[in-house]
Design a protein around this ligand. Sequence first.
Ligand code: ZN
Length: 519
Amino acid sequence: MSPPADQVTLIRGARVYDRALDVHKPPVRDVIVEGSRIASVTLPDESADRKTRIAEAARRNESNVRVIDGTGKLVIPGLVNAHYHSYDVLAKGRLEDMPFDVWALHSQPAYWGKRSKAELRARTLLGAMECLRHGITTIQDMNSLVPQDEETLDIILAAYAEVGVRVVFSIAVRDIAALDIAPFLPRDLPPQVAAIVGGKPGDAQADLAFVEAQIKRIDPLPPRLHWALSPSGPQRCSTPLLEGIAGLSERYRLPVFTHVYETRAQLAKARSHYPGHGGSLVRYMADLGLLTARTTIAHSVYITDAEIADVARAGAGVVHNPLSNLKLKNGVAPLLDLKRAGVNLALGCDNCSCSDCQNLFQAMKLYTLLAAGMDAEPTGVLAQDALAAATTGGARAVGLAGMIGDVRPGMLADLTLIDLSDLAYLPFNSAARQLVFAETGRAVHTVMVDGELVLEDGRLTRIDEHAFRHELEEVMQAVDRDYAQLVARQAPAIAFLLEANHNLTQAKLGPHRLVSEGE
Ligand SMILES: [Zn+2]
């Protein structure tokens, strides 16, 4: 439910972060929001009559008028979580010290099978609630639907509508079952293990038909829902599936998100399986018409300089996910090379099972720290660049450039108010630096999406959190039971995947991206 078109909100006397102005001591401004849009951002003594009328109407308790005292607050653009999967939110804190493929064995929805309606709803709500609490107003949810049907999709989208966050939703598709690391598995796997790691191939035409049918069915889209497209990874999709996605992107002008070079196994697969495309997944995508200004690739840890140039030339972007890249032992993306090439950079928090939180303050801090750790000389990667990646960079990635990502007149009113009385800002020296290096998410005070307050003074306005906790407790009984069974079921494959991972580490392949591989 969006606010009525005549709803007016005046945020009075707050510092307003604008990347083009003083990012350290943002000037004090008044922000007027009308309906779902920012109507004006003005000096406190500008348009005084209008503001007085709004304040008087609010004092008379007129239902469509509201004044928020912004004194001691900082208004920033709502953050954009540009890479996220809501399917394993309930697995936060379950896993650690696992290479990618062992982690995947415990977290991928295909291994879990069909989940209850209550669980689908609870996990979607919980992930979105955590995002809002951390000032994130837009989520790119790349979601594998299990089963891939309208009922599953509708439960997830209804949960998003209930909590009030903006979501750029993509249905993840793949039709090649083989694991990326399959070539490194020992030969003669026991049949039981081969069955676990073998998977089932998909049907490209059925996937494309389903995705397009949903785009047509949910039309017009509700105000805070946006579509995107997601081949899971170029190496996990047949050529017809990738070409079909490129066609849908062109026809419906939709952004495309896909995983590229998240792991070293994907690098090896590119070199061995795509000789006709220079051994490059990026070139393969380009050759299929899938590397465009609407494309954003998640991770790109193992991307080369030549491929970075291809991405930059196409106007495509990259979503950097430092938390999951480190936790899953994949290493660090070549951040300085991406920046030098002018690639649009966004930030994501990725799965809850491999980053354990939806908190872009952690991602922003890691981005700047990892960049700092790459060169003993100044790198030019500043806190304000991390903020840009989490706002305008994300907006561009999700296809909403110019609509979200800044606090400027005419843009959608997706805003986060930070409480500057929090210890992170005492003393207050720099908004940009303290947001990135000191903020934990604790000072997120109020969040507006589409002109509606969805978090007010730290409390979610649409969700009864007490009732939700009870719902979640009930859901977790089945999750805990099924997780124990899953662990037992997958256990026979783990030693073989660890062996494959070891074989992979022995392979002579560059570039090197682990923190310890500098020499
Ligand atoms: Zn991902």
